[in-house]
Design a protein around this ligand. Sequence first.
Ligand SMILES: Nc1nc2c(c(=O)[nH]1)N[C@H]1C(S)=C(S)[C@@H](COP(=O)(O)O)O[C@H]1N2
Ligand SMILES: [Mo]
Length: 320
Amino acid sequence: MRYRYPRIPESEVTPRALFESRRRFLRHGAALGMAAALPGLAWSPSASAWRDGLQASLAADLPSVSLANGEPLTSLRDITTYNNFYEFGTGKRDPETFAHRLVTDPWSLTIEGEVDKAGTFALEDVLKHQDLEERIYRLRCVEAWSKVVPWIGFPLAALLKRHEPTSRARYVVFESIHDPDNLRGQRRSIIEWPYREALRIDEAMHPLTLLAVGLYGEVLPNQSGAPIRLVVPWKYGFKSIKSIVRIALVEERPTPSWVAQNPAEYGFYANVNPQVDHPRWSQARERRIGESGRRQTLMFNGYGEQVASLYAGMDLSEHY
Ligand SMILES: Nc1nc2c(c(=O)[nH]1)N[C@H]1C(S)=C(S)[C@@H](COP(=O)(O)O)O[C@H]1N2
Ligand SMILES: [Mo]
């Protein structure tokens, strides 16, 4: 069976009443053992502690920040049918087709390394803290080279601070799930699995660095990196690691998977920079899904006002 994108209206927020009737329908359907016959079933109707808790917060009236630079939102359909998620294959439609194999329940997140409060936590326990509940918000922002997405999430900084980084914490490394039985892409060594990314600590603490748990008023679809993914709006897409299971604070600069795979093509910073070309293509212009022409790429993806100071004094053609 093909994995289908959720059939919800393409307004930013799913009307709560509609959402609740759909949930009741799904529960009812599951009780009758008819889950497999439901058309357009996006998620397993089985109980999930993190999903139940989270969905209530997503339906609430959340603070909203728009940094879309006047661009229209990409449709839910385009957001969920044109993806990069190599754990499912290298085709843009592979994630849509195979992401139902991603097991997101239960989900646990390990936070370790240079922190005073390390540990492995069930995702529902990570999310139910008041400091995160208070900081969850909607952020409309541009994903370089493809989309404008209405994310729902909270600043990564809020989570990191709770675990009390030590003074030796200079970088943050992230790892995605490793499960070759379900993630067919991991049976080939395209990169060293699990997918690994990293940020400098000040980048990680920047208020624009988001841990996303939803989009368009719903929990994240699997192909978008459920149940929790990074969004770093001023960097190329590959920094925004999906389906995170481990976050470690470290002293030495880690080597992200893409840098390990090809250091000539991928740099540690990967800041969007129209003046620095990828060795095989120009990065001066880019295309939005749904648009035919190309548009000029903006320095830091248009977020220079917010983030340029992080790189003051650095030669960005050397530190690409
Ligand atoms: N775990 C994991 N995270 C990942 C990837 C991946 O293959 N695996 N692809 C990256 C790349 S190259 C991009 S462009 C974005 C795509 O995110 P989207 O499919 O939500 O647009 O996810 C990034 N995060
Ligand atoms: Mo990408």
